[in-house]
Design a protein around this ligand. Structure first.
Ligand SMILES: Nc1ncnc2c1ncn2[C@@H]1O[C@H](COP(=O)(O)OP(=O)(O)OP(=O)(O)O)[C@@H](O)[C@H]1O
Ligand SMILES: [Mg+2]
Length: 259
């Protein structure tokens, strides 16, 4: 089976009456890694939340389709079941649910009833991935993200990614707060996912991450839109020169989402 395609067209999103996204166009196909960069407050996380269906974010115009299916018509759980995944910039802490139970329920929610993952297979895959990501085995039995350090939360998001094997993943600042070793481990995890059946949108501020994960496409967001796209060399230029040249080129004074 060829990979999935996520197609975002002219997406406009409002939060409590304020328009944040003002016409985002982006297509991500299986096998492709896209990086989204851009200054603070330009709508990157809003895009991620809108794709996953956060209730606060109201789509007022435009469309999101996954393999031709209307994502905006789907509930959040249906989006996950259809193959979408979001690693959040600030993952929530859920007390009372262990990491392991959460993962097993999430995997089973994606499978047909009566075709749940066998417990032994789950444990084996979990152990392999914990090893790969160098996560302490005890973390599996702790409550989800409860008291996890910043870096542990980010590793744990990649554990979820590797366990759930989504068709399209959105990773929002997966590199923030990681030490150098963790950055390498997390990058290796993401790289391990690379296949025709996996597409990825990586939101990041730093070329540092892109030294480990080579994106096929790099996009810059300003004012709630993708204002520039290119290859990996675009990220390198941003690292060296910042965003001022893009603002000059496009005649943008304030890059943030004006109210
Ligand atoms: N739930 C919300 N309620 C009110 N305003 C919001 C909400 N979410 C986002 N915004 C506003 O929308 C704008 C864009 O925010 P967003 O989080 O998408 O930016 P970002 O590009 O991810 O920034 P950063 O690089 O700092 O993470 C900001 O002005 C922010 O205050
Ligand atoms: Mg953000």
């Amino acid at each position: 089976m060829a990979g999935s395609t996520l197609e975002i067209k002219d997406l406009h999103v409002e939060i409590e009456g304020n328009e944040i996204l003002k016409g985002v166009n982006l297509t991500i196909k299986g096998g492709e890694f896209h990086a989204v960069m851009g200054p603070n407050g330009t709508g990157k996380s809003t895009l991620a939340s809108a794709i996953m269906g956060h209730p606060k974010y109201e789509v007022t115009k435009g469309s999101i389709h996954l393999d031709g299916e209307d994502v905006l018509e789907m509930e959040v759980d249906e989006r996950a079941k259809a193959g979408l995944f979001l690693a959040m910039q600030y993952p929530s802490e859920i007390s009372g649910v262990t990491n392991s139970d959460f993962l097993r329920s999430s995997i089973n929610a994606k499978r047909e009833e009566g075709n749940e993952i066998p417990l032994m297979q789950f444990i084996k895959t979990m152990d392999e991935n914990l090893d790969f990501l160098d996560i302490d085995k005890d973390m599996a039995q702790r409550y989800l993200n409860d008291g996890f350090s910043g870096g542990e939360k980010k590793r744990n998001e990649i554990l979820q990614l590797m366990m759930l094997e989504p068709a399209i993943a959105i990773l929002d600042e997966i590199d923030s707060g990681l030490d150098i070793d963790a950055l390498k481990v997390v990058s290796e995890g993401i790289n391990k996912m690379r296949s025709e059946n996996f597409g990825c949108l990586i939101i990041t501020h730093y070329q540092r991450l892109l030294n480990y994960i080579t994106p096929d496409h790099v996009h810059v967001m300003m004012q709630g839109r993708v204002v520039k796209s290119g290859g990996p060399e675009l990220a390198q230029r941003l690292e060296a020169e910042g965003y001022e040249w893009i603002k000059e080129e496009l005649g943008i004074e304030d890059e943030t989402v004006g109210q």
